[in-house]
Every structure is written in C-alpha cells, then in structure tokens.
Write a protein that binds this ligand. Sequence first.
Ligand code: ADP
Ligand code: MG
Length: 356
Amino acid sequence: MAGLALSNVQKAFGQTQIIHGVDLDIADGEFVVFVGPSGCGKSTLLRMIAGLESVTDGKIAIGSRDVTDVDPSERGVAMVFQSYALYPHMSVRDNIGFGLRMNGVPRLEVDRKVADAAAALHLTDLLDRKPKQLSGGQRQRVAIGRAIVRQPDVFLFDEPLSNLDAELRVQMRLEIARLHAELGATMIYVTHDQVEAMTLADKIVVLRAGRVEQAGTPLSLYDDPANLFVAGFIGSPRMNFLRAAPDVDGTIRLPDHGNVPVPLTLAAAPQPAQKLLLGIRPEHFAPNQDVRLSLKVDLVEHLGGASYAYVGSGSAYPLTIEMRDARDVGRGTVLETSFDSRRAFLFDATTGERVR
Ligand SMILES: Nc1ncnc2c1ncn2[C@@H]1O[C@H](COP(=O)(O)OP(=O)(O)O)[C@@H](O)[C@H]1O
Ligand SMILES: [Mg+2]
C-alpha cells in the first residue's frame, strides 16, 4: 500500500491546457474522491496517475517512488472504469483471474485469489456464470474483482457506478465503502455526483476547469466552503444564493426581502459598491431564527418526511426551503420562515470568493 503526491501536475492536449498545476497529497489508505462537473478534467487526472496519459509538466509519486514516466503496469495501480468491458465468453471466475493467468501466476494461486476476491464481493455463487447472466451491479463487481486480485497499492475508479440505476448505485456505493474498510487500500474515485463524493470520501477534491477549487473532508467543505462554486456544488438540494448589499454603516441587508438585516461578524466591512451574495442552505431554514423572511411559495414537493418549498422559480435568485411537518403549505402559501445568520455564508458575487 502507498500514498501519493502530485506536484504541479499539468496536462495540455496540443495547445489546450486541460489541467493547470494540481498539487495534492493523498495519505496511505485514504479514500479520495475527485468531483466536479463533466469536462473539468477528472478522468484526465486519474489517467495520468494510472500512466494511461502522459504528464505535460509536474511530478507524480506513489509511495516514495517518482512514477511520472513509469509504465502503467509498473505503478502498482489498478483501474476500474464506468464501462466494465468483461470478456463475454468467459465465466466470472475466468474474467477475474484472466490478468493473473496472463502474467504467469500459478493456477492454484490464481484460484485462491479469485476465491478471496469473490468472497469479498459476494460473487462466490456466481463464479461459473457468464457476464450476460449477471445484473449491471454484479458485472461491475466482477470488474472490481479483476482489480482486487492484482493487489494494487492504489485503486483508481472512474465513475464506476454511472451505468447503474439509482437503487443499485446506492447498494454499490455501500459495497465500495465496505471494501475500502476491509482492504484498507488507497483509493481514488472519480464522480460528478456530489452525494457519492460526500458519502464515500475521507477527502474530497473539488475540480473545476482543471484546477482544484478546494480539498478537504466532506463536512469541512459543507461547513466551510471557500467559494461560490464549492458552496453550490456540495450539498443537496443546492445552497440558496440571495442578493446582498452593505448599507452605509456596513450592515449586510437583503434588498429582495424588504432590506432585512443579516447580523454577520466580518473581519472588514465590504465596499459600498461590492456585489455580494448570501448563501443559506435549504435545510437551514427553521422557525424563530434571527433573519425572518416572508416568502410566497410557487410549488411544494411533499416527500413524506421532508417537504421542499420553491420560491421565485425562474427568477435569478430562486430559493428552496426544506421543511418538516409542513402538510398545510402549498402553492400560493405565504411562508413566514427564518434562518440563523450564523449558518449563512457571504460571497463576492464578482470573484466568487468567500467574504469572511
Ligand atoms: N485525448 C484528448 N484530446 C483532446 N482533448 C481531450 C482529450 N481527453 C480529454 N480531453 C478534453 O479534456 C477536458 C477534460 O476531459 P475529462 O478529463 O474527460 O473530463 P471529466 O472526466 O471531468 O468529464 C475536456 O474538455 C475534454 O474534451
Ligand atoms: Mg470523465
């Protein structure tokens, strides 16, 4: 097993710079998730770690070894892709053991490793089946089994659950978390799904356009986002953003909500002309807090336990309010609600940076 260090890793395809100098330390045994919108460079970064893509500039070390120019097969990594690409004519047993047999590993050892991997993945009863006799989730488990038998120092997953339906994704997510706990291996996992990132990661790395926006534990990103992008990306439903402006004495007010003051403690008063946004999460609205809003509801979704009220849908600053026991709230209701100003975040609307 091993940790990793990325130093100023860059990638250009022709003239186009895709990855702009990523620095990252990953501890031995850590579960790191790269998350970000489609096209931000997650797969490219992962493929560079695997050695499937060359590095334009910078360094990649696995353990204490510089692997920047090392052949993929010599890096001690195993990758699992979104499309599991199993050999259709081979049994589960042969699919899992194929790589080992190709490398000349003795038959008995292959059998033992395949049996161990199958047990860890609950595939023991399926070893004689062909891929077409398996569900999507089972096929992806076989693909993971192929990685496990290689006993890599580092597992790399590129959106492994994207082809599965919602229920299976949740189930497989739990399987992967369990596997990480059992194997204790270093894992790097790419997804565009922030719920997967929140639930699986020891550390989340939020990428945007080839740059790291913020890296930290899931709850540190949720509790203390560095900028608008991370604030909007982490958390579901998405954080609300309200137009905010400082008045002459520096108090932050909400011009779209009767100029209600938001008592924030800031290190320095914002500039009078500074365009600001106040972020507040849907789940942080509650009765009897210090910032009171009166909101006309457009639409409500009652999910049984929670309800979501939507306000100003289609406007530049729509709001989602999470409620409990709100069966009487419907379209057209004027909702008297509030939030705790200590739960709110202030951002510079122009730069996207946090104003603290
Ligand atoms: N082989 C390639 N040649 C040129 N551009 C590429 C190549 N691979 C990826 N890209 C570009 O790099 C960017 C990042 O792609 P990718 O890493 O696949 O993003 P993600 O996995 O986050 O969706 C995209 O704009 C994509 O078009
Ligand atoms: Mg990708």
